[in-house]
Design a protein around this ligand. Structure first.
Ligand SMILES: Nc1ncnc2c1ncn2[C@@H]1O[C@H](COP(=O)(O)OP(=O)(O)O)[C@@H](O)[C@H]1O
Ligand SMILES: N[C@@H](CCOP(=O)(O)O)C(=O)O
Length: 320
């Protein structure tokens, strides 16, 4: 058997990456629309020559995530180096996690993006991936592009796939848009939520959904008054509701009151796209009242966020 020779990347390199949370789907944009949010994970990676691969995790997942070479970011850094013909003799990683896990705010996408960008920065000139290759790699690892694209580029990302290739374009949102997220204590894995979807959908549902998705892009970029009709989904939310009934009930209460509430990603976080700070305050008041009077589990966190406009940021110290 032929053993593949890989060049070992230089030890003593330091890279840090900050990646935003993301909310995918936004109602009718299943696997295609995603919004970058002002909530960030940060990871610092150092190459060593001691043969040890170790992660130190603070914040979200600190007590649950592995700290050895099975950590998602360590695995993805190594795989990305290896696919470029390189390897690391050792890695030390420090993660400061703020994005909650299994809540539909793109934590796994943020981890994948930070790993691919860190690995890319560790590669020598001439071996690095370009932006299209980075999007391709991250989308393949995540399985869909709608979280990784806005995590990379910021803003509202519109993504699509063709013959196994992933593409995306990012656009500015209207300045009035204020995302308010209500994050429950309970988790729902994206894998499990994807398993609840049917293999095929009726033609009228697909036709209705494409009209709403087109309307939503206009509402988010130019006409926030159209956000309520623009966030009607016919493809995934109803199928997933039984797995997140408290979130589905909160969405119904918000939409009945005229607010554009959706399932964030695969859930169970509820995101409302408010029009301005006054409406955001009214949304927060409605959520607080609903959580007090309805029989929902405790432990929700409500955050008023902004749309992140920068996407992932990489720092290299020092550049070789
Ligand atoms: N920062 C991280 N570091 C390591 N693993 C992570 C990180 N963020 C997420 N993960 C992994 O991804 C899982 C959550 O992914 P997923 O079910 O897709 O939910 P989410 O909507 O948060 O992306 C976590 O349980 C964990 O295994
Ligand atoms: N389009 C995906 C989005 C998953 O987002 P996440 O934040 O829940 O990982 C889906 O709906 O499955």
């Amino acid at each position: 058997m032929k053993i593949l020779e890989r060049t070992v990347v230089k030890a003593g390199q330091h890279v840090s990456v900050r990646v935003p949370a993301t909310s995918a789907n936004l109602g009718p944009g299943f696997d295609s629309l995603g919004l970058a949010l002002s909530l960030y994970d940060t990871v610092a990676v150092e190459t060593t020559d001691d043969g040890i691969f170790r992660a130190q995790v603070a914040g979200e997942g600190a007590s649950a995530l592995p700290t050895d070479e099975s950590h998602l970011i360590i695995r993805t850094v190594r795989d990305t180096l290896e696919s470029a013909g390189f390897s690391a003799a050792g890695l030390r990683l420090r993660a400061e996690n703020v994005i909650p896990h299994g809540r539909g705010l793109g934590s796994s996408a943020a981890a994948i993006v930070s790993a691919v960008l860190a690995a890319n920065a560790l590669l020598p000139d001439g071996a690095r991936l370009d932006d299209a290759q980075i999007l391709q790699r991250c989308s393949e690892l995540e399985g869909h592009p709608d979280n990784v694209a806005p995590a990379l580029a910021g803003r509202l990302a519109i993504s699509w796939a063709e013959d196994g290739r992933f593409f995306s374009t990012a656009v500015d949102t209207h300045p009035d848009i204020v995302p308010v997220v209500a994050i429950p204590a309970y988790e729902l894995s994206t894998e499990l939520a994807r398993g609840l979807l049917p293999q095929t959908v009726p033609h009228d549902a697909a036709a209705a959904n494409s009209g709403r998705a087109a309307l939503l892009v206009h509402a988010l970029t130019h006409a926030p008054a159209l956000l309520l009709p623009g966030t009607v989904d016919a493809l995934h939310q109803a199928h997933r509701a039984p797995a997140m009934q408290p979130s589905a009930d909160l969405i119904e209460a918000l939409r009945t009151a005229g607010y554009a509430a959706v399932v964030s990603g695969a859930g169970p976080t509820v995101m409302t796209l408010a029009r301005g700070e006054d409406e955001a305050a009214a949304v927060e008041a409605l959520i607080a009242g609903h959580l007090k009077t309805s029989r929902v589990p405790d432990g929700w966190h409500v955050l008023r966020l902004a749309v992140d406009t920068e996407g992932a940021k990489v720092g290299v110290h020092p550049r070789n």
